[in-house]
Design a protein around this ligand. Structure first.
Ligand SMILES: NC(=O)c1ccc[n+]([C@@H]2O[C@H](COP(=O)([O-])OP(=O)(O)OC[C@H]3O[C@@H](n4cnc5c(N)ncnc54)[C@H](OP(=O)(O)O)[C@@H]3O)[C@@H](O)[C@H]2O)c1
Length: 240
């Protein structure tokens, strides 16, 4: 608890919180993971299981789940655009949601925004409060430091990432209106494979297109947010 107060105090002083450490002391939860077959989602699944959480996944391609996790998770099959299937999956109950869906070359406009809208509808129906989101650095927020690097990332996203950038922007706008949902997000820049080091920074520090994080550490940061209100209704940057 002391660490949380220190974090809040340092935020008040305009400093960045250093989110170091392990899942020690975390409450065991029932977690539903969207995008569980992707690079980030698979890390979320593995680390949630290691932390002792009960894990359900909502996926369109269950065969892509890691074999060693298959018999340890409850699988709900469906597309992110299918509100009925999402409602059915969430009607089974969970405490929190990790969102790691990402668009691909064949994705329709606003895939993640539409999926989030369906998820929020079901969360309201079944009284599920916590939603942990993975965004990206090209969507700037009020708290960001508008350095040349941040502006370049936004320019790059708008110019070259097309629907991926627009979808993130629309998803963030949807989150901003969801006062009744305990949402919290992380915005990684370059994400890649590599070890979980747990020495990352979360906050509204300076960043650029060179800022990086591994999938493993981003998943770790998201899982910490399952029961940590430090950044409630905010989406800080995660980077080393
Ligand atoms: N990778 C990066 O460098 C990077 C950087 C910053 C932010 N991000 C964000 O991090 C998140 C995860 O990225 P990632 O690299 O892990 O993505 P990824 O490996 O491409 O995985 C995307 C996931 O989304 C799922 N998905 C796609 N379309 C779907 C649909 N219509 N319905 C249901 N699920 C669907 C995929 O399922 P299938 O397996 O069935 O295709 C997969 O599980 C994304 O939001 C991405 O924008 C990524």
């Amino acid at each position: 608890m002391g660490a949380i107060f220190e974090t809040l105090a340092s935020r008040a002083r305009g400093e960045t919180a250093q989110m170091l450490g392990t899942f020690e002391g975390e409450t065991r939860m029932r977690v539903m993971i969207f995008g569980a077959t992707g690079d980030l989602g698979r890390e979320c699944v593995g680390q949630c299981l290691d932390a002792g959480h009960d894990v359900s996944v909502y996926v369109r391609s269950p065969e892509k789940l890691r074999r060693e996790t298959l018999d340890r998770v409850e699988v709900h099959e469906g597309d992110g655009l299918d509100g009925v299937a999402i409602d059915a999956a969430l009607s089974q109950g969970c405490d929190a949601i990790l969102f790691a869906i990402g668009v691909d070359a064949n994705s329709p406009e606003d895939l993640c925004t539409t999926a989030t809208r369906h998820i929020f509808a079901a969360m309201r129906t079944y009284g599920i409060r916590r939603f942990v989101w993975c965004g990206g650095g090209s969507t700037l927020v009020e708290d960001d430091q508008l350095t040349f690097g941040a502006r370049f990332v936004q320019f790059f996203g708008r110019t070259f990432l097309g629907l991926r950038h627009r979808d993130k922007q629309h998803q963030l706008e949807l989150l901003a209106t969801a006062d009744d949902i305990d949402w919290v997000g992380l915005r990684p820049l370059q994400m890649g494979k590599g070890p979980r080091e747990e020495n990352y920074r979360i906050g509204f520090d300076r960043f650029s297109g060179l800022s990086r994080i591994t999938f493993a550490d981003c998943a770790h940061g998201m899982i910490r947010m399952l029961d940590d209100d430090t950044w409630l209704r905010k989406a800080p940057i995660i980077q080393y």
